[in-house]
Design a protein. Sequence first.
Length: 153
Amino acid sequence: MSTGGKNTSFKWLITGLGVFLLFIVISGIYLTAAFPRVRCPARHLDSPEALADCYECHQKATPKVAQDWYESKHGVQLVKCFMCHGQPDGKGSLPFAASPDPAVTCQRCHDPSMQRMTAKFGVIKDCAECHPFHQNSIHHATYVKPEAKKTLD
C-alpha cells in the first residue's frame, strides 16, 4: 500500500516538472518574439532611404533617447541625428559614432558659445556636465537654466 502512495507522489512530481518545463519553453518563445534583439525592421546599413531619419526606428529601439531628442532644443529645431552622430554608412562629413566626442562635435556648431564659456569659467572637459544632450526637454526639469547661465544673469 505504501508503494501506491509513492507512485502517486512520483506522478505528481513528474507532471509538475513537465508543466514547469512547458511554462519555461513557452515563456522563452514569447520573450524572443516580443523582444527581438533588433527591434527596428531596418538596420542602419540595410535601409539607405532611412539613413537621414533615425527617429522612426529609434522610437522602437531606444524610445527614451528618441523621445528626449524629440523634446530637446535639437529636436524642436529639427537638428537631425546625423549632424552630431554622423551617417552610419560613413558617407557624411562626420564619422559615425554612437557616442560622439562632445569637445569636437559640439564645437562644430557651438564654438562661439564655447569660447565665451571658456573665457568666463575656464575649460570644462565635458559639455554634457552642464548641458546634457538628448535631455534638454521642454517638458522636464532638465530644461531649467543650467547653473552656468544663472551666474551670467
